[in-house]
Structures are given as structure tokens and as C-alpha cells.
Ligand binder design. Structure first.
Ligand code: NI
Length: 177
């Protein structure tokens, strides 16, 4: 398995709607394995294929409730069948926007339908952090990032700050040779 490069915002691939996976091939299995490895390496609790430059509807999320365990779940062509009317607000980060955290309101629980790596259709009810994570990753498959949950004004402020920090860290890197 290979650790793939995670594309930072504003990469074009992050803004595109990903295409359906139309068959579980060796390539898809390899992509899923690499994405799990890349997620743990980052480290993160979820990763969507567009973040590694692949425009397919595939995401991985961590299901283990504590940091000592690993229980990755591969979601292929995931769909949200139902969402709770209960919502909550939590601070979310994104591996494609390192260092930024944004308060996002989302349904507390969701019901998902997806294909697993054997091509079997599954349905699963998620709540809490896993539900939030799945919604974040499905947003990625639709070309939507955490900053797209903000008003235009707030997004403009955050993006300006992000670009400034990225430019500063690039400069630092080039100074080190
Ligand atoms: Ni993200």
C-alpha cells in the first residue's frame, strides 16, 4: 500500500463532483487500501478520493471509538437515505485545509447506503462523530468543503487567512532549501 499525496485547497479536484464507481476492480481495491493508509498517516479520521486527486465516489472513515484501535470503513457510492432532524454544532478540520477549524451544524445521525469492497450493498445507521465524518466525506464527493458551509463574507476572511499562511509556510520551506 502506498501513502498518497493529499491535495491542499484550492486544488481544482476538490471542487468537482466525483463520478460513481462502476465496478469493484483491483484498481478500486488498491485505491481504498492506499486511502486507509494515507488517512492513518495524516493522521485523520476520514478521507475522500478527490482529496488524493481521484474523482470517484469512494471515501474511508474511521469507526473505532478510541485512538488505540483501528476500524476503517470503506464507503463506495455512499448515499444518505435519511437524516435526523436533531442537529448539533462541532468544530471540523479537513486534511485539505490544514490548520483550519470551522463550526459546522449537521444532523446528529444519518442512515447510509453504500457498496462495500465486495460490491455488496449495505445500509448503516451512524451517529455522533462517525455520522459527522461520513457527512463531511460525502460533501467532498460533491465538491463541497468545510468553508462552503460558511457565509460568503466569513469564507472570504478564512480563505484570505489560509492563503497567507500557506504562502508564508512555502517561503519558509524554500528558505531551508
Ligand atoms: Ni475534509
Amino acid at each position: 500500500m502506498t501513502i498518497r499525496r493529499i491535495l491542499p485547497y484550492p486544488a481544482r479536484q476538490l471542487k468537482r463532483r466525483a463520478r460513481l464507481v462502476d465496478g469493484i476492480t483491483d484498481e478500486i481495491r488498491e485505491l481504498a487500501g492506499d486511502m486507509i493508509e494515507t488517512m492513518y498517516d495524516a493522521p485523520g479520521i476520514g478521507l475522500a478520493a478527490p482529496q488524493v486527486g481521484v474523482g470517484l465516489r469512494l471515501a474511508v472513515i474511521e469507526m473505532a471509538g478510541n485512538e488505540d484501535e483501528r476500524d476503517p470503513l470503506v464507503l463506495i457510492n455512499p448515499e444518505i437515505l435519511d437524516r435526523s432532524s436533531d442537529v448539533d454544532v462541532a468544530s471540523e478540520g479537513c486534511l485539505s485545509l490544514p490548520g483550519f477549524f470551522i463550526d459546522i451544524t449537521r444532523p446528529v445521525s444519518v442512515e447510509l447506503r453504500f457498496l462495500d469492497l465486495d460490491g455488496v450493498e449495505r445500509e448503516l445507521a451512524l451517529e455522533g462523530l462517525q455520522a459527522r465524518c461520513a457527512q463531511h466525506e460525502i460533501d467532498h464527493l460533491n465538491g463541497k468543503l468545510i468553508i462552503d458551509h460558511l457565509s460568503r463574507l466569513k469564507r472570504g476572511i478564512i480563505v484570505a487567512k489560509y492563503k497567507k499562511e500557506r504562502a508564508a509556510s512555502k517561503q519558509k520551506k524554500s528558505r531551508m532549501g
